[in-house]
Design a protein around this ligand. Structure first.
Ligand code: ASP
Length: 442
């Protein structure tokens, strides 16, 4: 009896975690639709998964960034940082443009009436650019860590890491200060390893967490909501499909990086699936970093900086959705946006997406900024609130994939990726084999 339980458990564990989570995603959705209302009671089990992931964010970011500073000169850091930021902005602009083009073709919102809009929406002013930059510098680094302010945490961790390297380089080799700094680096390195192990432990629980999240979602939303806004759903799905397959996979991974797009997908799928499940790019960050490290063979110097930054400022799916939502709302109120207005949507959506935190439903607040800019009625947002939990999943998956694609390209440009390991080395090998190395070796 015991041995059959053990065998079943072992068989269960031998399936790569991502497939177990994908199965939980589908099963949870079905249970939510069939059971309905009572399935909402499962929500706390889903929330637990999200909390567990959030728990690891700050330590992973701090540890890996300090390690990055150990190996990267300030000059290289500036070069890598510049490339990452420019590419992030560039891909986001393409995403918004794509969203606008696809919406102009599909015309979502035509035929819907604003009277259907129920619920209230709080408007928000975007803070001035000067304030945004000022806020990056934490007055109290521990406060920033406690509040999970990632940009401030990045700033402090880099300052601390660079400080450590400077002190080490100035100290005499073998002196107590020199040895002390090296010991701190060793501890931090071990800390990062430990946190990655914790991530995979959390992902084991993710099977239950994702099941619960999906069951609660479909118990709340139902399929009717999708049907009434099907065109909006389809517009976003098509635009994201093009962004991922053409911009990231064909252009960046295949064209510029020169690798098989399928290897990239195999290497990134844990992060993509997690983003789809929990609707938060910040929450997914530990998994994204782990995929970059273990599956994609990217050096810590690059991903420890680019991925936390990307989770905060690079939101291609979000920005794209802001453009689509503007056209959708213009159609609902029977207004057509001129070329100049669409350009203004592009610029505002770009800035708004940079300022959007990677949390569930962040776009809703940002829509108020974009709508106010082009004179669209903010109350129209209430029309789409019902299906936002579904749209948000797709946006977040796009956001996370964009971070990884740009990180892969910058790593290649800086010779900071090992194509002889991870998924790249397994080209042509059965899908999933690599994920299992990162998930079942614990
Ligand atoms: N949930 C998205 C993210 O975390 C943001 C949004 O589009 O609402 O990336």
């Amino acid at each position: 009896m015991t041995s059959s339980v053990t065998q079943t458990w072992q068989r269960y564990r031998s399936v790569p975690i991502i497939y177990r989570i994908a199965a939980a995603f589908v099963l949870g959705s079905i249970v939510g639709l069939v059971v309905g209302e009572p399935a909402t009671n499962l929500q706390p089990l889903g929330d637990l998964f999200v909390r567990l992931l959030k728990m690891v964010i700050v330590p992973i970011v701090v540890f890996t960034l300090i390690m990055a500073a150990r190996n990267l000169s300030p000059k290289n850091l500036g070069k890598v940082g510049g490339q990452v930021i420019l590419l992030y902005l560039f891909t986001t602009m393409i995403a918004i443009g794509l969203g606008l083009v696809v919406s102009n073709v599909i015309d979502p919102g035509v035929g819907l009436l604003l009277e259907n809009a129920t619920g209230t929406v709080e408007t928000k002013q975007s803070p001035g650019l000067g304030q945004v930059f000022l806020n990056i510098v934490p007055e109290n680094p521990f406060g920033a860590m406690a509040e999970g302010k990632i940009l401030s945490v990045i700033f402090f961790a880099l300052a601390f890491g660079v400080g450590l390297t400077v002190v080490r380089d100035e100290a005499e080799e073998g002196s107590s200060v020199y040895n002390g700094v090296e010991t701190i680096f060793d501890i931090v390195e071990a800390g990062a390893e430990v946190m990655f192990k914790v991530v995979w432990g959390v992902m084991e629980y993710g099977v239950i967490g994702v099941f619960a999240l999906m069951a609660a979602l479909f118990a709340n939303t139902g399929v009717e909501a999708i049907f009434s806004l099907f065109k909006l759903f389809a517009t976003l799905a098509i635009a994201i499909g093009i962004q991922i397959s053409v911009v990231y996979l064909l252009f960046i991974i295949s064209g510029l990086v020169g690798q098989s797009p399928m290897s990239f997908v195999r290497g990134s799928k844990d992060a993509m699936m997690t983003a789809l499940s929990i609707r938060s790019s910040s929450g997914t960050l530990p998994v994204t970093m782990s995929n970059a490290d273990e599956n994609l063979g990217i050096d810590q110097e690059v991903y420890s900086f680019s991925l936390p930054l990307g989770a905060t400022i690079n939101m291609d799916g979000t920005a794209m959705y802001l453009g689509i939502a503007a056209i959708f709302t213009a159609n609902v109120v029977g207004k057509s946006l001129t070329m100049a207005e669409q350009l203004s949507v592009l610029v505002t959506a770009l800035i708004a997406s940079v300022g959007t935190a990677g949390v569930p439903g962040a776009s809703i607040v940002m829509m108020t900024v974009v709508f106010t800019q082009v004179g669209l009625p903010v109350q129209a947002i209430a029309l789409v609130l019902g299906i936002d939990p579904l749209l948000d999943r797709m946006r977040t998956m796009n956001n996370v994939t964009g971070d990884l694609a740009v990180t892969t390209l910058v790593a290649k440009w800086n010779d900071a990726i090992d194509f002889s390991t991870g998924v790249w080395a397994d080209d042509g090998v059965e899908s999933g084999s690599v994920t299992s190395t990162s998930t079942t070796d614990d």
